[in-house]
Structure formats: C-alpha cells, structure tokens
Design a protein around this ligand. Structure first.
Ligand SMILES: *[C@@H]1O[C@H](CO)[C@@H](O)[C@H](O)[C@H]1NC(C)=O
Ligand SMILES: *[C@@H]1O[C@H](CO)[C@@H](O)[C@H](O)[C@H]1NC(C)=O
Ligand SMILES: *[C@@H]1O[C@H](CO)[C@@H](O)[C@H](O)[C@H]1NC(C)=O
Ligand SMILES: *[C@@H]1O[C@H](CO)[C@@H](O)[C@H](O)[C@H]1NC(C)=O
Ligand SMILES: *[C@@H]1O[C@H](CO)[C@@H](O)[C@H](O)[C@H]1NC(C)=O
Ligand SMILES: *[C@@H]1O[C@H](CO)[C@@H](O)[C@H](O)[C@H]1NC(C)=O
Ligand SMILES: *[C@@H]1O[C@H](CO)[C@@H](O)[C@H](O)[C@H]1NC(C)=O
Ligand SMILES: *[C@@H]1O[C@H](CO)[C@@H](O)[C@H](O)[C@H]1NC(C)=O
Length: 352
C-alpha cells in the first residue's frame, strides 16, 4: 500500500502539470475576457539579497491577504521576522465579494513578476495589490505615482461643457477622504448622449489626511493633464481615482448575470480548480511522506520544505483555471524560482 502511494505520488504530479499545460492553449482563447484588465504594475529597482527566503515570506503574506480581502475588501499582512514581507490588498468598493476574489486572484498571479524586487504594486480594473520589504500601508504618495489619460477625446463641440462638468465631478470625488471607507462614485451628464462616471478610493489603512493628500495629487494630475480625454486614471501609492465615459462601476452591481464573469463559466472554473487543488494537495502530502521517510535532510532544508508544505496545505488553491494555466506555463518558460507560489511549488517538487 505505501509503495502504491509512492508510485502514484511520483507519477501523478508531473502528469498533472503536463495536463494543465496541454489544456491551457485551448482554454486561454475561450477565457479571453474573463480577467480584469491590468492598468499598471510597478516594480522597484532594488533586489532582495535572498530571493528564496523572501519568496517564502511573499507567498505567506499573500495567503494571509487572501483570507481577509474576500470577506472585507481590504487586508494588510506581514510575514517573517527576517526578510519580512508586508502585503496590502484593496478591492474597490463597487466589486461584489466574488468579483473581488477573482480580481485578487488575477493580481496575485501577476504580482510575482516583480520578484526578486524588494517591492511591487499592481492596479487592476477593480483592485490593488502590493508587497514591500517595509511597512508601507500608511504611504499616501510617492515617486512611483502615475496617471494615465485615454487616447480618444471628446467631440470638439462638447469639449467646453465636458471640461466644466468633469472638473466638478473629479473635484467632488477627491473629497472621498470624508466618506465611509474612503470611497465615492458619481456621474455627471454632459449632453443627452454623454455621461461621465467617476470613482475615488483610498486604501483603508490611511488616515484621513493621508487619503486627502493622495486624492488631491491624483485630482491635480487628472485636471492638469488629461482633458479632454474620455478616460483618465490616477494611480498613487495610497489611492485610485478614475473617470470614464463608460459606466465602469455599474457593470458590477446592476446585474449579476450581466457581469462579464458568467455564472456558468464561474461554476466550471470553481469545479475544475477544486478538483485540481484536491489532487495536488493529496499528491503533495504523499510525496512529502515519501521524502520524509526516505531521506534525511539537513535542518535548514527540512524546515524550509515544511514551511512550503504548510502554506500549500493551508492555501485554498482557488485560483481561476486560466490563471493557474498562465502561472504554470509562465513558470515552464522561465524555469526559475521567483515566479511566486507556483514556481516555488514546482521547484520544490523537482528538488534543487
Ligand atoms: C482576446 O483579446 C484580444 C485583445 O484584448 C483580442 O485582440 C483577441 O482577438 C481576443 N481573442 C479572442 C479569441 O477573443
Ligand atoms: C482578518 O481580519 C480580522 C478582523 O477584521 C483580524 O482579526 C485578523 O487578524 C485578520 N487576519 C489577517 C490574516 O489579516
Ligand atoms: C504598519 O504600520 C501601521 C501604522 O503606520 C500599523 O498600524 C500597522 O500595525 C503596521 N503593520 C505591521 C504588520 O506592522
Ligand atoms: C537574516 O538574513 C540575513 C541575510 O539572509 C542573514 O545574514 C542573517 O543571519 C539573518 N538573521 C537572522 C536572525 O536569521
Ligand atoms: C496620518 O498618517 C501620516 C503617515 O503615517 C502621519 O504622518 C500623520 O501624522 C497622520 N496624521 C494624523 C492626523 O494622524
Ligand atoms: C494609445 O496611443 C499610444 C501611442 O499613440 C498607443 O501605443 C496605444 O496603443 C494607444 N492605446 C489605445 C488603447 O488605443
Ligand atoms: C462650470 O460652470 C458653472 C456655471 O456655468 C460654474 O459655476 C462652475 O464653476 C464651472 N466649473 C468649472 C470647474 O469651471
Ligand atoms: C438583469 O437581468 C435580467 C434577466 O437576467 C434582465 O431581464 C434585466 O433587463 C437585466 N437588467 C439590467 C439593468 O440589465
């Protein structure tokens, strides 16, 4: 019986990964628009001295965020006493819990592209995620702050009216520091056919004056540089501010069945990832048992592996199917540690 499990464990895992890779290409096309768009991602230039230990803390910090961000829309975390990694996740308040979870999963899969940088952040259509080697949860503005103006502009005949109305909208949104959870949406009608929608959100870890600084910087960048674009975003260390002629924050709340993640697709994704997740966990446990009894490890390696195991077993493994695909195939291309959770798992499976 133990021998049988060994064989299963040894053979199942590589085949599972292979299966995942083989089926990725076909499903990637079908699941094209199922992920929220990435607006911006920023990685700092400095790199960590010890990527392997930093990665372990990164995975753990992200897992802690996952546990809270989907229930309350916001979470901070820290992991490790040496090479500490701090994390912060914030869903924009208009996202439903399910869409917050999907947005978090997408940002979680993308953010490891910054490793082994000591800090990175990513803004998606619906959420924000960052990690750093310092506690940055109260940082409101910094030198990496950015803004983006859309390419298309409003028709000339409407521009004066558009600038007047949209300025008022952006100015009123920048007062979101006075609101509950630092969040505000609003819209203004420019003409019968043109409405502008806007949203402001600070991360909940800021105090009101930090939120105010952040939103006012974003407001000024948009007012000074983006008119008469039909779309503008300010993406700062502690907040996000956006206007658009698209009703972007209504997609989520008006109609659940009308949201771009159909419930049928969602069920399939959840079923597939649950099964895969269960298989992987079973396989890892078997493999762990095998390794534990067959070899004697040095103290350091064994402790590190235990830590991986712990975070894997605790993990819900509820990534979207195509995210899992991308993460896995990204890894196989690069074949190096530093892609975050999946890279770490893969590396562990195949020894160092
Ligand atoms: C996927 O989206 C891209 C742009 O986001 C588009 O160019 C491409 O045609 C889409 N593919 C499918 C299969 O829908
Ligand atoms: C999650 O939130 C609860 C209460 O809001 C808090 O007590 C707990 O420490 C948080 N957990 C994590 C991992 O952030
Ligand atoms: C980060 O700093 C804030 C205050 O600036 C503090 O409230 C919070 O507890 C700190 N987080 C950690 C994980 O130390
Ligand atoms: C912390 O990490 C550094 C660099 O990896 C190492 O030199 C140092 O000994 C570690 N300190 C502790 C207390 O583990
Ligand atoms: C708000 O937070 C910032 C950064 O942590 C701090 O410098 C400032 O004193 C705080 N302001 C108030 C009114 O607490
Ligand atoms: C906007 O314009 C830039 C440069 O002119 C171009 O690279 C980019 O693809 C355009 N974006 C869209 C969404 O059209
Ligand atoms: C827009 O126009 C109204 C009246 O025409 C004026 O009171 C308001 O100050 C204008 N807003 C801006 C931002 O110029
Ligand atoms: C919401 O969905 C229902 C049916 O699924 C549809 O009849 C209704 O028009 C939709 N409402 C909006 C505002 O799209």
């Amino acid at each position: 019986m133990p021998t049988l499990s060994l064989i299963i464990a040894g053979r199942m895992l590589p085949s599972l990964l292979l299966l995942l890779l083989l089926t990725c290409s076909s499903s990637a096309a079908a699941a094209n628009n199922s992920s929220p768009a990435i607006f911006l991602s920023v990685c700092v230039d400095t790199q960590t001295q010890n990527a392997q230990a930093f990665d372990v803390n990164f995975v753990d910090a992200m897992e802690k965020i996952y546990q809270n961000v989907t229930t309350s829309g916001f979470a901070t975390s820290s992991s490790g006493s040496n090479l500490t990694v701090y994390g912060l996740g914030q869903c924009f308040n208009y996202l439903s819990p399910v869409n917050c979870q999907l947005c978090y999963s997408q940002s979680r899969v993308k953010l490891p592209h910054c490793l082994p940088s000591t800090a990175g952040r990513i803004y998606l259509d619906g959420c924000f995620l960052e990690y750093a080697d310092k506690n940055v949860s109260s940082h409101a503005v910094d030198s990496a702050d950015a803004y983006a103006c859309g390419n298309t502009t409003v028709d000339k005949s409407l521009q004066l009216q558009f600038v007047n109305r949209t300025s008022d909208l952006v100015i009123s949104l920048s007062m979101a520091y006075q609101e509950k959870e630092y969040y505000q949406v609003g819209s203004v009608q420019v003409s019968p056919d043109l409405t502008v929608y806007g949203m402001a959100q600070c991360w909940r870890s800021l105090n009101a004056s930090g939120c105010r600084n952040c939103l006012e910087k974003g407001r000024d960048n948009i007012l000074d540089r983006c008119f008469p674009s039909m779309e503008a975003k300010a993406m700062n260390a502690g907040c996000f501010l956006r206007y658009s002629t698209e009703p972007f924050y209504l997609h989520e709340t008006v109609n659940d069945s009308g949201s771009h993640w159909s419930s049928a697709k969602r069920s399939v994704i959840i079923a597939v990832t649950t099964i895969l997740g269960a298989l992987i966990v079973v396989g890892l446990v078997l493999l762990w048992k095998k390794r534990g009894s067959a070899f004697s490890y040095s103290e350091g390696v064994s402790a590190r592996n235990k830590k991986f195991m712990k975070s894997i077993i605790k993990s819900h493994l509820s990534y979207k199917y195509d995210d899992l695909c991308k993460a896995t195939s990204n890894f196989s291309q690069n074949n190096k540690l530093g892609q975050g959770g999946f890279g770490a798992v893969y590396k562990w499976l195949h020894g160092s």
